[in-house]
Design a binder for this molecule. Sequence first.
Ligand code: CMP
Length: 141
Amino acid sequence: TIQRTFSIVKPDAVKRNLIGAIYNRIEKAGFKIVAAKMLHLTEEQAQGFYAEHQEKPFFGELVAFMTSGPVMVQVLEGEQAVERYRELMGKTNPEDAACGTIRADYALSLRHNSIHGADSPESAAREIAYFFAEDELCARD
Ligand code: CMP
């Protein structure tokens, strides 16, 4: 089944000029980017996006990092996109990420881990709607 997933190129990767390198990995893996934009998240946007982590000890640092510079947000389409994109990213902590994954190759630390990806189809739908209107998603063939 063709699915959509949601992805963020985080501030640490944008700062190091890795947008193109990461998009290249995404496209080479067969995903189609159907929407994308650069944003400098406000504190409110970052807090709302990561609301499920509100009670975690790292929440403040997560929000501070995610608002520290521009990010790229994008919607990816492909076969089993949610699961396959998580495999392409690698584990959250780059020290645990398999060789050849985006995080193994580019992430600096658990916090500065270069990319985000939705963890389920339900999260993907919520996260896509958080940043994009339906008419901002382009049909690709
Ligand atoms: P992400 O997939 O964007 O979802 C939540 C983020 O919180 C996660 O990636 C990590 O970058 C970050 N995170 C998770 N655990 C910790 C932690 N223990 N300390 C700091 N940041 C964390």
